[in-house]
Design a protein around this ligand. Structure first.
Ligand SMILES: [Zn+2]
Length: 374
């Protein structure tokens, strides 16, 4: 429609993507009533036409997929603290943006009575989403340092406002700066929620995180505090580093792939029905599959927050799956409380049929070794 294309798999919609196109994720219900994402690809003018063609869309559940491109500063502010406290924290954050980046941020609101929720977008471009993440961690460190040294006034930000950023816990969501993250767009609600993200003046296309880079604009580079290159990470700032005296130290060394044990690999063709079932039911990302040579299993990440171990949805992390060639699939989880546990996933048996047939197909041993079709 209007030159836009749609797909249900992110990898399919990413194929052939041109730099003037954007990818929008939209919440829709599948036939089981589960909320899944449908992906729409198009240029901004095409997406505007699509939006305008749907007068019934009061709030069309649109999210911008953050690709590896120049990206504006964006932040997610969330808290169950009292509204006036969160407002103070928000003021401190906006003032720090103005002080450090010399731009005035735009604030979108989707608060309810139970929850304070804001999105910030500022008109300044960073090299990519991960560099935005590094800047947000810098902002977090600024606030923490202010509290640690008890500095009353700096950059026009009062200590009381700084304290409100961490009241009772940090209101900045620091774990959203990951690859292909979906960021809700202005004018949209999550499917099933009445809370619409609103801005007093501007529309979704004014408030995109990855609009085209204006000519002559050089995106900013923001390294981590120890001068390392930022990477896609769902680790919170509070877990990544800590203050020792008056200097910041990394809590965990930068995670390195073990390299010796896993190889990037695609799934065998006969496993395709299982892979598709896991894509449909667990939002598995098949492109992330790694084969563990030692254990003989595939490890694969997902875009699914639902965790069978914790028996709830995680806000900050996706779960991952381990697929064993013996027909077993388990769900694991990066969450601190879940990471030593696992739960079995029952993939309906018929999806395994082609895989096991390839192993158990009869061979005539007396005729010697014959070619088997796999
Ligand atoms: Zn979990």
């Amino acid at each position: 429609m209007f030159g836009c294309t749609t797909e249900f798999r992110l990898r399919d919609i990413l194929e052939g993507l041109t730099c003037d196109q954007h990818i929008i994720a939209q919440d829709v219900k599948n036939k089981n009533g589960d909320i899944i994402k449908r992906y729409i690809k198009g240029r901004v003018d095409q997406l505007k036409q699509l939006w305008a063609s749907q007068p019934g869309w009061v709030a069309p559940h649109w999210y911008e997929i953050c690709l590896e491109r120049p990206t504006r500063l964006f932040m997610d502010i969330e808290s169950t603290a009292p509204a006036d406290v969160v407002q103070r924290g928000l003021t401190a954050i906006c003032k720090y943006i103005e002080y450090d980046l010399k731009v005035v941020p735009e604030v979108m609101n989707s608060c309810s009575e139970q929850k304070q929720s804001y999105h910030i977008v500022a008109p300044v471009f960073f090299k990519n989403v991960y560099h935005v993440g590094a800047w947000v961690r810098k902002c977090y460190q600024y606030m923490q340092t202010r509290i640690a040294v008890n500095k009353e006034n700096h950059a026009g930000i009062s200590l009381e406002d700084v304290r409100a950023v961490h009241e009772p816990e940090c209101i900045i969501d620091t774990v959203v700066y990951t690859r292909n993250r979906a960021f809700r767009m202005c004018g949209s609600s999550k499917l099933g929620s009445p809370r619409v993200l609103t801005h007093p003046r501007l529309a979704w296309h004014d408030l995109m995180v990855q609009p085209a880079l204006p000519p002559g604009v050089e995106p900013l580079t923001q390294l981590e505090f120890d001068d390392s290159e930022p990477v896609s990470t769902s680790m919170s700032a509070g877990r990544m580093f800590h203050l020792e005296g008056d200097t910041w130290q990394r809590t965990n060394p930068i995670q390195q792939h073990s390299g010796t044990q896993s190889v990037v690999g695609s799934f065998p063709r006969k496993l395709e029905p299982v892979v598709r079932w896991l894509e449909d039911h667990w939002l598995m990302d098949r492109d992330s599959a790694k084969f563990n040579l030692k254990r003989g299993t595939w490890i694969c990440s997902t875009r699914c927050h639902r965790c069978l171990i914790a028996e709830r949805d995680h806000r900050g992390n996706h779960v991952f799956l381990v697929i064993s060639p013996n027909g077993r699939v388990i769900q694991r989880c990066h969450d601190e409380e879940c990471q030593r546990q696992f739960m079995n996933i029952d993939v309906p048996e018929e999806h395994w049929a082609s895989w096991f047939e390839s192993w158990y197909s009869p061979m005539n041993l007396t005729m010697g070794c014959q070619k088997r079709s796999i």
